[in-house]
Design a protein around this ligand. Structure first.
Ligand code: FMN
Ligand code: ATP
Ligand code: MG
Length: 508
């Protein structure tokens, strides 16, 4: 079989592994279901083109194993379904039909929407499992496994996804290594093809030419960052993130949130912190940093290095805060469970992330990057990598949860600096009027201060008014915090008026 031969002769180890895994899934499916019970969903796209050739190779092997006869004489009997639509690119249509003719595919053309089409297919044919070219990173792949029953509300069948764990690069490595034909649109800069209404060539492949008004594009396989394969899909603008920082980037020119509050919480992951073996310095530092951008901090929690403890806390915090910062427990050790916990909190699984793997490869070298690099597994479908030139490896953001990798205050300072720059350039965090604080000291006994201070809290509900002492012998310190300097000074005066003069003095 020409596909198996091309892979055998290739020295791309990664491709061989991906190929073998996909063939294994196909063979398991062909062992579980009869040929009449399976179907192949083919639409002429690059992923389904890869799948076609994997199915041909897998079916060939299956036939060889099943009988002593030579599989080579067989045609390809797996029912192939194509949902034809008037909004498909003509090139896609032509390629689908031409390919069906070349490989003698048993093509069923369905001119209904997916759901109704599948309902009528299942009524008339004994189909129980359908092969799809879905890959991790596709919006529809979230939560899917290699074998995933159809979703509730859909007709019942098994979705079989042999290339679920393939990356964009793997797809092109296969197509180029096996020298199989693919739809011509991919040579014109299209990298992921939807309908004529929502797909344009990928701008990242544009070759700018000043002499000609016509834009030219490089072929799809030259896209270096596979995560951007959908950049040619017409995008909806996400309203969730707004850039609120002025062009000059000056922090005091703040936004409409001036008088509102955004809250964050910090979660430290580590048995050692909990048991007192080591001290958490990041939590307090993070608290100060958040106050400096006007955010209030609702909690700083320490949890154990257990997936469930992390997951429960993240789940709680993410729904009651605007942003959650989590640190500790990130890396390849047995105790590094933070990413698994975050994934569980969001109800997704960990999946290999090619771009992150590439960063790790640059940062820590090849020696620990195997076929499956555990450290490069990130929560699927919800992860955004936060890039900054000063960060050796990007930070990870899962919806409103940011995973910090700092292990000490100096590293945190650097990560924070990058986050603030990202806030300025892309609205990652809303920067608000910073908190300011004043502190007063008194030697008066607590009992004497208690009632007037309670009254002050009622008079100034917009301020945080707190008390602490460094020791029982030392003076009591009253701290006033808020966003309005004048209000704080007003409150200080009001407090002093409640006592004899000189009872309180300001600590600078
Ligand atoms: C054979 C087949 C089976 C599908 N099964 C499901 C399913 O079980 N659940 C689901 O939500 N969508 C299912 N879909 C729809 C896809 O997830 C997705 O919506 C579709 O590929 C359209 O993607 P688009 O909106 O990017 O064009 C199926 C599609 C096909 C072709
Ligand atoms: N109109 C369709 N008819 C049949 N199968 C389809 C259709 N649309 C999608 N599919 C199935 O869903 C899979 C995922 O679609 P998707 O668009 O992500 O991949 P692709 O079309 O193969 O490649 P590309 O990402 O370049 O568009 C396809 O590989 C195919 O199995
Ligand atoms: Mg497509």
């Amino acid at each position: 079989m020409e596909i198996a031969k091309a892979i055998r002769e290739s020295d791309d180890k990664r491709l061989k592994t991906k190929y073998n895994n996909a063939i294994y899934v196909i063979q398991r499916a062909l062992a579980l279901y009869s040929i009449e019970e399976v179907a192949f969903s083919f639409n002429g796209g690059k992923d389904s083109t890869v799948l076609l050739h994997l199915l041909r190779a897998g079916y060939f092997l299956h036939k060889e194993e099943e009988s002593c006869c030579n599989g080579a004489s067989e045609n390809f009997p797996i029912r192939t379904i194509y949902f034809e639509s008037s909004s498909a690119f003509p090139e896609i249509n032509t390629f689908t039909y031409d390919t069906a003719a070349i490989y003698d595919l048993q093509l069923d053309i369905i001119r209904l929407d997916f759901k109704s089409g599948l309902e009528s297919l299942l009524k008339s044919k004994p189909v129980k499992a359908i092969f799809l070219g879905v890959r991790i990173g596709d919006p529809t792949a979230v939560g899917q496994e290699q074998f995933s029953p159809s979703s509730p509300g859909w007709p019942p069948f098994m979705r079989v996804n042999p290339i679920l764990d393939w990356s964009y690069r793997d797809v092109w490595a296969f197509i180029l290594t096996c020298k199989v034909h693919y739809c011509s649109l991919y040579d014109q800069g299209y990298t992921s093809i939807g309908s004529i209404y929502d797909t344009v060539p990928n701008g990242l492949l544009c070759i700018s030419s000043s002499s000609s008004s016509e834009e030219k594009f490089k072929p799809a396989y030259l896209l270096s960052d596979g995560r951007l394969e959908r950049a040619g899909r017409v995008k909806k603008i996400s309203p969730s993130v707004c850039v609120r920082v002025p062009a000059d980037g000056v922090l005091d020119a703040v936004d409409s949130h001036k008088n509102s509050t955004l809250t964050a919480s910090a979660i430290a992951v580590g048995d050692e912190i909990l048991f007192g073996t080591t001290e958490d310095q990041l939590g307090p530092s993070l608290g100060r940093k958040l106050h400096s951008i006007g955010w209030s901090v609702s909690q700083n929690i320490v949890v154990r290095n257990e997936v469930d403890s992390v997951a429960e806390e993240v789940e709680r915090q993410k729904s009651s805060n605007d942003m959650v910062f989590i640190y500790g427990g990130v890396g390849p050790l047995h105790s590094d469970v933070t990413l698994s916990g975050v994934a569980k909190a969001f109800g997704v699984r960990l999946a290999p992330d090619e771009e992150f793997e590439e960063h790790l490869r640059h940062h820590i070298g090849d020696q620990c990057i195997g076929d499956r690099n555990e450290m490069a597994q990130l929560p699927e479908g919800i992860t955004e990598l936060l890039h900054h030139e000063k960060l050796p490896v990007p930070l990870i953001k899962c919806q409103n949860t940011i995973i910090l990798t700092a292990t000490n205050v100096t590293e945190l300072d650097q990560e924070w600096e990058c986050l603030i720059e990202l806030a300025r350039s892309s609205g990652l965090l809303t920067l608000m009027e910073p908190y300011v604080s004043k502190q007063l000291s008194t030697t008066l006994p607590d009992v004497e201060v208690a009632q007037p201070l309670s009254n002050l809290c009622l008079e100034f509900p917009d301020l945080y008014i707190g008390c602490y002492r460094k020791s029982r012998q030392e003076p009591l310190i009253v701290s006033l915090k808020g966003k309005d300097q004048a209000r704080i000074e007003f409150a200080m005066e009001a407090l002093c008026k409640k006592f004899h003069s000189g009872a309180f003095f300001e600590i600078m």
